[in-house]
Design a protein around this ligand. Structure first.
Ligand code: HDE
Length: 704
């Protein structure tokens, strides 16, 4: 076990027995321990427990002779290595997973029998996996993309998987379109790129021919798809589910996660540069936060509504391209989730975890949403292909933490050793074999279904533009400009002019001004025709809850400030800024030309966290630049230093500068505004650092 790994909170004492937290042996060769280099190390063995005397050389016929087939140690090691990979997920391959707990704060006893939703104060272990959708497992953390938000609750009544996204709606209404959507957005089959981007022809071709996706398109073109941190995203169950109470009564429910740190995104240019500076930006951020004990937390809420309420909605709640505005059905906060333990092993847990929306517990049931219905099939099928065995539920991260038993048997990698003669039910030969639980077991809701068996989309699913319009009109002017600019950016990467035109045609139904801005950004000489809408566009009340800026918190908690220094910087000023930032809850990192340390004005050496060339300002939420005249002169010919301040300004961040810092700003041609303050005015700096300087953007960038 890594001695330095303080993030693992396995406190069962099992390590002392050579067992991991799951009770599996970590030692071979009888658990023999060797005293090596001051530490006690388990013996290195084969998988059969045979101790190795030499792990450096394979067995050869003579000193310089051929390698022998007889070398079972070499063959076992290489064979295992050859089989190290399993098929990556077709979507959501790239992810970060963390253990934690869910705690109920308000009971839903009136609505459900599910114990996890009725026992206030009870803590339920969870494993949460947050993913990008499009790229492969080794792709970057920060493309413009939806984030998956999957939570496995290990409840006392079985596992419940809430497999959602950070956006409350989806692209399509019917599961049968999912393979087409995914084939269109993933890398194009003839060329194998782009790896993790929607900015290409096949995606926009499909979208332009799929009007039902327009609401989702507004969300993915917003900054929601550019999260600052996985700790600062919302999560949504998306579909309507049902809660069932002890009288068998059903209530519809939508599930929401809201981050305690507030919602926050980066801006596009910043995201692009983060992708170059740190491909693991989000995974590292989560790892470091957990390691430092800054455990991310989300509030869990529900929207509850009846069939009669649903009948009055101006949309069909079974259509996953629609959301229920909070102003129509308010959110009821019922719990919180805290993520506090990094997995012991990435592959064993984050890779092998198998979520299935069909994993529900008694008291929770499905709606007829045709997308959800398709998902109920797809995920189990996917896990069989990915993990290769119907026994995937026995992998520790997937196994329920409550007892489970049935008569299923055998199969690849059966890890259990069921005893006895009976593997069927009913039986009279066993007194203790598993039996049904007629009262407490899972019951599907009794629902009357009538009508013709038919392959057709319901009329109530025909309105494709009203909520897209509502979303766009609910945004602040800054956010609207980002949406319009994102559309221009993405469509500018589309080679086929007719696809660009078709998209702008759809925008005409969403908002005339938006269509005009995008058409101008693409240099159209005339506005294309709007396609015929399947249903009239309805005017809906704007919903401020759909904004990001409206939901950002002015805070430095969970955020990081970078201080750029060089030889000769003033130690007292550095100390002052650092203290103010830390008092406000921020992390602070010192950046200098050399990582080994910097000699301050008073001759003392200051330790450095990051080397300037490898630690650009995109990694921080605000920056301070503290330089002597000599230091400023030395950095004036360093493009990394020029970029540091230019990007911080361009990404709307606060800058605190002393005289030398000002000199660098001048050389970098960086302007002055309320977000650029003197290092002596720490209060002004901290206030500015808690947000972004939105007004600055129009002075530095042409947005659509
Ligand atoms: Fe998924 N989706 N999906 N999806 N999805 C998968 O299952 C699928 C959909 C979501 O961290 C796959 O285990 C179909 C909506 C997340 O492991 C696969 C349809 C939402 C994750 C699959 C959808 C999601 C997946 C690939 C249309 C938001 C990652 C690997 C009917 C509510 C879970 C896997 C994790 C993963 C199928 C639509 C969220 C192929 C057929 C809507 C968060 O089974």
């Amino acid at each position: 076990m890594d001695k330095k790994n303080t993030t693992s909170s396995s406190s069962s004492g099992k390590e002392n027995l050579g067992l991991d937290s799951n009770g599996y042996s970590q030692l071979g060769a009888g658990g023999e321990l060797h005293q090596i280099g001051g530490g006690e190390h388990p013996a290195l063995t084969t998988n059969q427990g045979v101790g190795l005397s030499d792990n450096q050389n394979s067995l050869r016929a003579n000193l310089r002779g051929p390698t022998l087939l007889e070398d079972f140690i070499l063959r076992e090691k290489i064979t295992h290595f050859d089989h190290e990979r399993i098929p990556e997920r077709i979507v959501h391959a790239r992810a970060t997973g963390v253990h934690g707990f869910f705690e109920l704060t308000a009971s839903l006893k009136q609505y459900t029998t599910a114990r996890i939703l009725t026992e206030v104060g009870e803590k339920t272990p969870v494993f949460t996996r947050i993913s990008t959708v499009v790229g492969g497992a080794g792709s970057i953390d920060t493309p413009r993309d939806v984030r998956g938000f999957a939570v496995k609750f290990y409840t006392k009544e079985g596992n419940w998987d809430l497999v959602g996204n950070n956006i409350p709606v989806f692209f399509i209404q019917d599961a049968i379109k999912f393979p087409d959507l995914v084939h269109a957005v993933k890398m194009e089959p003839d060329r194998g790129f782009p790896q993790s981007s929607s900015a290409h022809d096949t995606f926009w071709d499909f979208i332009s021919l799929t009007p039902e996706s327009m609401h989702m398109v507004m969300w993915i073109m917003s900054d929601r798809t550019l999260p600052r941190s996985l700790r600062m995203i919302e999560g949504f169950g998306v579909h309507s589910f049902r809660l069932i109470n002890d009288a068998g009564k059903s209530t519809f429910v939508k599930f929401h996660w809201r981050p305690k740190l507030g919602l926050q995104s980066t801006i596009w240019d910043e995201t692009v540069k983060i992708s170059g500076a740190d491909q693991d930006f989000h995974r590292r951020d989560m790892f470091e936060a957990i390691k430092a004990g800054n455990f991310p937390e989300w509030e869990f809420s529900v929207q509850l509504f009846t069939q009669e309420d649903a009948d009055r909605f101006p949309f069909d709640h079974l259509d996953a391209t629609k959301l229920i505005p909070e102003e129509l059905v308010p959110l009821k906060v019922i719990g919180r989730m805290v993520l506090d333990r990094w997995p012991n092993n990435f592959f064993a847990e984050t890779e092998q975890v198998a979520y299935c929306p069909s994993h529900v517990v008694p008291g929770i049931d499905f709606s007829n949403d045709p997308l959800l219905q398709g998902r109920l099939f797809s995920y189990l099928d996917t896990q069989l292909s990915r993990l290769g065995s119907p026994n995937f539920h026995q992998i520790p991260v997937n196994a329920p933490k409550c007892p489970f038993s049935n008569h299923q048997r055998d199969g690849h990698m059966q890890m259990a050793q069921p005893v006895g003669r009976v593997a069927y039910e009913p039986n009279s030969l066993s007194e203790n074999s598993p039996r049904e639980m007629p009262i407490k077991g899972f019951h599907s809701t009794v629902v009357a279904e009538t009508g013709e068996k038919i392959r057709i989309r319901a009329e109530s699913f025909a309105d494709h533009y009203s909520q897209a319009r509502q979303f766009y009109l609910s945004q602040t002017t800054y956010e609207q400009a980002h949406i319009a600019s994102a559309l221009v950016f993405e469509l500018s990467k589309v080679e086929h002019v007719h696809v660009r035109e078709a998209m702008v045609g759809h925008l005409l139904h969403i908002d005339n001004d938006l269509a005009k801005r995008v058409a101008a950004g693409l240099a159209f000489d005339k506005m294309p025709d709007a396609p015929k809408a399947a249903a009239p566009v309805q005017e809906m009340e704007p919903s401020p809850a759909l904004q990001i800026i409206g939901k950002m918190k002015d805070t430095l908690i969970g955020r990081t400030i970078g201080i750029l220094i060089a030889d000769g910087s003033d130690g007292a000023v550095i100390k002052n800024i650092k203290k103010a930032a830390m008092d406000a809850g921020a992390n602070v990192k010192i950046i200098a030309p050399k990582v080994g340390g910097t000699k301050l004005a008073d001759g003392s050496m200051l330790a450095v966290d990051g080397q300037l060339a490898g630690t650009p300002s995109v990694l921080f939420d605000a920056v301070a630049v503290i330089l002597s005249d000599k230091g400023a002169k030395a950095l004036s010919t360093e493009s990394a230093a020029i970029d540091f301040v230019r990007d911080a300004f361009g990404h709307l961040k606060a800058l605190a500068v002393d005289k030398g810092g000002q000199a660098l700003l001048k050389i970098a041609n960086v302007g002055q505004d309320a977000g650029v303050v003197d290092t002596n005015d720490t209060n002004a700096f901290i206030a500015a650092a808690k947000t972004r300087q939105w007004d600055r953007e129009k002075s530095i960038r042409t947005l659509a």
